[in-house]
Design a protein around this ligand. Structure first.
Ligand code: HQG
Length: 174
């Protein structure tokens, strides 16, 4: 499949499996799964195309498990992915842009429209996340101290660290 077609299909799948399942007539189960067959019908695509997107997706956004599929993270609809809590690396990173900095340093990092704050394991990944919105600005998160202070972390199956809120005292410019 051509690259741009694959990206378009990946975006439609993200919308259906993370944000607006009802738009295409789908209902996610409590853990975010839908039958593969239902998604194929909803999006009007072949199983081969769907599997190609799942396998080749740059960020491994989706998992097929038997006859069901779900997004690995990034939901705005209510789901419980059932991920166990995990011990984070000492330092994590968050990529954003300068225009949000004042708010972030006042309120900390908030999930905004998603379930959790998304944190990256390395600067390069954080830089790419921030660059979606403009000139990237990278913040360092003192995950070690946060964890010691009782904040919970979860690791999505595609390597994104998730937490509810990062108070500003754990943040510093990278
Ligand atoms: C900012 C993509 C004001 C935050 C990416 C970010 C990632 C605040 C934006 C994944 C704030 C939310 C997630 C506060 C945070 N005041 N702004 N208190 N706290 N923000 O898209 O982290 O392609 O929901 O800095 O690659 O940018 O979808 O989060 O700029 O992995 O798979 O509010 O989404 O992956 O934006 O990106 P987002 P994000 P996918």
């Amino acid at each position: 499949m051509e690259e741009d077609r694959m990206i378009r299909l990946s975006k439609r799948m993200s919308k259906a499996l993370r944000h607006k399942p009802e738009r295409v007539g789908l209902t996610l189960d409590p853990a975010g799964w839908v039958p593969v067959a239902d998604l194929l019908t909803a999006l009007g695509v072949t199983e081969a195309d769907l599997r190609e997107v799942v396998d080749r997706n740059d960020k491994k956004r989706f998992t097929i498990d038997g006859d069901r599929i779900r997004a690995n993270q990034g939901h705005s609809v209510e789901v419980d992915l059932g991920l166990p809590t995990a011990t984070p690396p000492d330092t994590l990173f968050h990529g954003t842009v300068a225009q949000f900095l004042d708010d972030i340093m006042r309120d900390g990092l908030r999930p905004m429209s998603r379930h959790d704050v998304h944190l990256s394991p390395d600067r390069e990944t954080a830089r790419r996340v921030g660059a979606r919105r403009g000139r990237p600005l990278i913040l360092t998160v003192d995950a070690k101290t946060m964890h010691e202070d009782g904040h919970e972390f979860r690791l999505s199956t595609n390597g994104v660290w998730l937490t509810q809120h990062v108070p500003a005292r754990y943040l510093s410019p990278a």
